[in-house]
Design a binder for this molecule. Structure first.
Ligand SMILES: Cc1cc2nc3c(=O)[nH]c(=O)nc-3n(C[C@H](O)[C@H](O)[C@H](O)COP(=O)(O)OP(=O)(O)OC[C@H]3O[C@@H](n4cnc5c(N)ncnc54)[C@H](O)[C@@H]3O)c2cc1C
Length: 526
């Protein structure tokens, strides 16, 4: 088995991911003075909009900074990761430094019946972390502390910083690949990543969290205290139950992963798909892989790639890959396999192997950051059965159809399947709010374009995405990943939460009965 090095084999993955270049008692905080919720009638509730003087008073009450329209930093402060949401203008963005700041903001939104959204990494595919009301940004509450195998992380930490800090202590927590995704959104919706078959979801490792609920109370939630909220915060989705301030995880010793990227000609795609789906979900837990089919509008042929991460030796990975090649009936035409430190593996998976840790940030979030924002539409599925030959044909036609689309500048699209099984599926569907425990693999369908591209061309790519996803209905399970939140998804309640939905509405009723935290796909109170 030859081992080759290439500049950055994860560049394609980065493009696909949308990256271009203790106590238990409720602590009643002193400003729980307004009462009420979103009828939000109650003591101190004002029917009038906040005046400039009210906003000034709010800013005065915060340890962190409040950014308002007209402030020089406002155009940056209102950004999410996807520029599609730049049209939404928050009345204020509060960079909260502590739970007290968050409770102050919640008292303010209750008093004036304002809309509110929590924001961490800003990667919500539906823009649910911004609002025309008050954005509660938690990124000032970042940083990781490690005590033995226990890791506590501030709710505003971005994934690449989390991995950087974990690696310095020789520890690992399973999580996603995108470096600028926030630990909050990721964990609250599950968290699927390259070591999930070995270690589980990010939320599966969550032992405890601290959260400020709609009434301003700071709660510690774990298996014994507020256990219903603890259950809901492991897969129930961000933005529903309160604003998390910190997470405490069980960690694993940092591995030295073997990463691989393999390509075949499109003429072999049907064989590769059939082989991958009979190999990846049943491989040993140490082997995780994904299958990525992509196309560029106007190009002549799509591409197909298998990528992966193995927790073991290079020889062990090569032996397992030989089993895949035997199923395909051919060796890959392009091949990369090598072993990395944990941090370097996560940098490579993030598409940052050439720009390093410092570069692996957005420039306004971290000095020296070299990443850009990326517009993208996405939809998702879980598959509990292997694709039939008709399903494989439909899948390939779906990708090939993008070649015929008159796409936008920088247009690209495709689908990526992540192998599941292993530790993810050893947890019962009702043990946490993350219900998707019987899938062989998930799928994320995406299409990207350059910021500012022609809107008609973008609409054609969006129509392609929708038609592709629709064509796969006969083969998918009907469930969808709540972290690939999809504002166009019908029956999202069942798709994201299945049998756990009713219990989630009961938790919502307990902790946010008047829907202070609300958005189009928010869980309603029972
Ligand atoms: C490019 C890209 C790559 C991705 N890669 C992966 C991947 O590899 N694996 C994976 O599992 N997922 C992945 N995702 C999906 C990602 O996990 C979700 O989009 C996640 O919700 C993003 O979290 P965030 O904190 O960055 O986003 P945000 O938009 O800040 O938040 C998402 C939701 O959580 C809420 N929220 C934010 N902070 C808090 C808080 N402190 N308390 C309570 N609620 C809060 C927000 O209000 C919003 O509803 C990816 C997404 C993108 C755009």
């Amino acid at each position: 088995m030859t081992v080759s090095t290439v500049t950055d084999p994860a560049l394609k993955r980065r493009a696909f991911l949308g990256m271009t270049a203790a106590g238990t008692a409720a602590v009643v905080l002193p400003f729980q003075r307004h009462g009420g919720g979103r009828n939000r009638g109650g003591v101190g509730v004002s029917s009038a909009a906040p005046t400039p003087a009210d906003w000034t008073a709010l800013a005065h009450d915060l340890s962190g900074t409040l950014v308002r329209p007209g402030d020089s930093y406002y155009t940056v402060a209102r950004r999410l990761f996807d520029p599609r949401f730049d049209s939404i203008s928050p009345a204020g963005i509060a960079y909260c430094k502590n739970p007290h700041d968050i409770a102050t903001c919640l008292a303010f939104v209750r008093k004036f019946s304002l809309k509110v959204a929590a924001r961490c990494g800003g990667h919500s595919y539906a823009g649910y972390s911004t609002t025309t009301g008050l954005v509660i940004d938690v990124t000032s509450m970042a940083g990781t502390t490690v005590s033995g195998a226990t890791v506590t992380v501030g709710a505003g930490t971005r994934l690449i910083d989390f991995y950087h800090d974990l690696a310095a202590h020789g520890r690992a927590v399973p999580g996603g690949s995108c470096p600028t995704v926030g630990i909050s959104g990721l964990t609250l919706g599950g968290g699927i990543g390259v070591v999930s078959r070995a270690y589980g979801l990010t939320s599966d490792k969550l032992e405890s969290l601290q959260i400020v609920t709609a009434d301003g109370a700071l709660l510690t939630c774990n298996a014994t205290d507020h256990s219903d909220l603890y259950w809901a915060c492991r897969g129930g989705g961000g933005g529903n139950f309160g604003v998390v301030t910190s997470f405490t995880f069980a960690s694993e010793p940092a591995p030295t992963p073997v990463l691989f990227f393999l390509g075949w000609p499109w003429s072999q795609a049907a064989k590769v798909i059939a082989a991958w789906q009979s190999w990846a979900p049943t491989a040993p837990d140490a082997m995780w892989s994904n299958l990525h089919l992509s196309a560029v509008p106007g190009a002549s042929v799509p591409t197909i790639q298998v990528g992966g991460c193995y927790l073991g030796s290079i020889t062990g990975a090569a032996n397992l890959l030989n089993e895949l090649y035997a199923k395909v009936g051919s060796h890959p035409s392009s091949y990369f396999l090598n072993q990395f430190s944990y941090l370097n593996a996560m940098l490579l998976e993030a598409g940052c192997s050439t720009i390093g840790y410092t570069g692996c940030h957005l420039p306004w979030e971290f000095p020296g950051g070299r990443l850009n924002r990326q517009p993208q539409y996405a939809k998702s599925d879980f598959f509990t059965q292997p694709l039939s030959s008709a399903g494989i044909t439909t899948l390939m036609h779906g990708v090939e159809n993008l070649l015929k689309v008159s796409g936008a500048s920088g247009g690209v699209g495709g689908v990526a399947f992540d192998a599941l099984g292993g530790a993810v599926n050893r947890v019962a569907p009702t043990a946490t709010a993350f219900v998707h425990r019987n899938a062989l693999f998930d799928a994320q369908y995406t299409t990207d374009w350059n910021y500012g591209a022609n809107s008609d061309a973008v609409a054609r790519q969006a129509a392609w995405l929708s038609a592709f996803w629709t064509s796969m209905r006969p083969y998918a399970s009907g469930q969808a990943y709540q972290n690939y939140i999809d504002p166009t998804l019908p029956n999202w309640q069942q798709a994201y939460y299945g049998v756990n939905y009713t219990r989630l509405t009961q938790v919502k009723k307990t902790y946010d009965p008047t829907r202070v935290f609300d958005f189009a796909q928010a869980i309603p109170p029972a």
